[in-house]
Design a protein around this ligand. Sequence first.
Ligand code: DUT
Ligand code: MG
Length: 631
Amino acid sequence: MVRTLAKHIGKYRTASILSVLSVLGEAGMDILIPFVMAKLIDQGISRGDLGAVYRYGLMMLLCAVMALVFGIAGGRFASRASSGFASNLRDAMYVSIQNYSFSNIDKYSTAGLITRLTTDVTNVQNAYQMMIRMMMRSPAMLILALCMTISISPRLSLIFLGAAAFLGCALTFILKHATSAFSRVFVKYDDLNSSVQENVTGIRVVKSFVREDYEIGRFNAAIEEIYRLFVRAESFIVCNFPVMMLTVYTCIIAISWNGAHEIVAGRLTTGELTSLFSYTMNILISLMFLSMAFVMISMSLASGRRIAEVLNEIPSVRSPKDPVMEVKDGSVDFCNVSFSYGKRRVPVDWDNPEAVKRYHEKQKLKEAVRQGKMTVQEAEKLDPDIRGTGWEKKYVLRDIDLHIRSGETIGILGGTGSSKTSLVSLIPRLYDTSEGEVKVGGRNVREYDLTVLRDAVGMVLQKNTLFSGTIYENLRWGNENATDEECRGACVLACADDFISSFPAGYNTRIEQGGTNVSGGQRQRLCIARALLKKPKILILDDSTSAVDTATDASIRKAFREKIPDTTKFIISQRISGVKDADRILVLDEGTISGFGTHEELLKTNEIYRSVAEAQAESGGDFDHAPGKEA
Ligand code: DUT
Ligand code: MG
């Protein structure tokens, strides 16, 4: 982890080194001052030698100025190094996240990623600053001051040893309790962030269900918990200072007492005693800072680990070594494709006596392993899935074999959760197949350069998003070099030109974040236009006209047929009317192909299709509400 993070110090390495050097210089000066002061008192004041007073006074002044300069420089360099380090980390994380495939993204929650980019980086930044300042300064001060005290009076330095031992024990006790409380705070932060994120993005839903009070209550509970943990952690931390002051005063009294005896005995001078007092402060303060730095750093270890996790995540979908750089045509082939989103916990089917029996047997085996009556290997012989803990691969697509010619229009119909979206996600390689292969233009999608492939496939996602900016800017996500004419052309095709022209600012109308100032149907049409601007060889519309009225929907499809005949089109719809005039229609049922053919053929051969068609002809209802669908 440290190595991963350290790589990103980058060009701020010089600033870091300069900061360390300045800090060491400052510590040296701070140690020198009491030493010179002792000389000033002993050789100047005690003997009444004004010359020596001036000389040593000047030296002290010089040291003080140098300490000031070093201190300022150290602070400057340290803040430059740590902020630079933080911005490098954020940059690298952002780049890394942009390269994630969908399945990488599925692994992290949005809130988790945001916490990592913000709070966690700030923690590491603070810890880094601590490291190049406190962690350098305090040990240096400690060692130098100890050397000085020993050289002045070995006997009196024993007092420090006792004090340091006491302080060490006390601080360890305090820190141990504080750290455990702090580390729990950070986990809670994730909860808090995810609650904020979920609520703020879903604020409209929260309001429409009048759930504000409930949500506020939930939020308050999260804050309350953080408050409690913080108070607990801080209540340990606040003991630091009193304990430290107690030690300092005890030391000073002990040194005064013993020092007086030493002076009377002629083994110590007044000046030396004064400098001993200064070193007391130096040593004990260093100890305290050192301990604080330890807390900070150990707390930020968790943050560092979370950052490294994001940086080290390997994108599961990547371009191959010698990628194919051209998509020949828009033909698509699914060859015996099966697909799973990964392991999911499959609940026990309590109605199935077989499954319940298996569950109990597995529990018994696990218990035996836990109690040490059996090794895991022995248990595995009886149940190979003993380590599987109920996580199984759930296939959402099974044995899909489809061959689609370039330029065909394919309608896809199926109930909610029948894996329509999953099926088309495999074409632009948003996910990789688990088994079998998907071919575009006759080549396996894994052979293409990702950019080339995705440029050839225009996809309007079911959950589409617009970004803040003008309509023109949003459209040019599809093709940054599109002229105004081309943008308008695409909007005409997507039946979006009419409503855009009716806006006072036309195509320069600003879209708010998330596209909240256009209606659902308008947003869908803008997203279609955006996809069209890519001039894709394959166009996928995932339920993209669900919020568009039937007449407009029909005219969009007509425009597609006439204006982009060579583009292969996949149209997912819940409405028979949306897919009826497609060249062929695919009926999906729980991840398998139930039927594939023209409207007329399916009416004759496919039970599901016929019942849905009949129901919708009568009521205009959608797929899931068709009576007799289960038949
Ligand atoms: N699924 C996941 N993870 C995902 C997306 C979906 O496990 O990230 C599951 C849920 C569902 C199955 O895959 O059981 C198929 O989902 P899909 O979204 O492909 O279904 P759909 O046909 O597009 O449904 P809808 O009509 O609601 O869009
Ligand atoms: Mg879907």
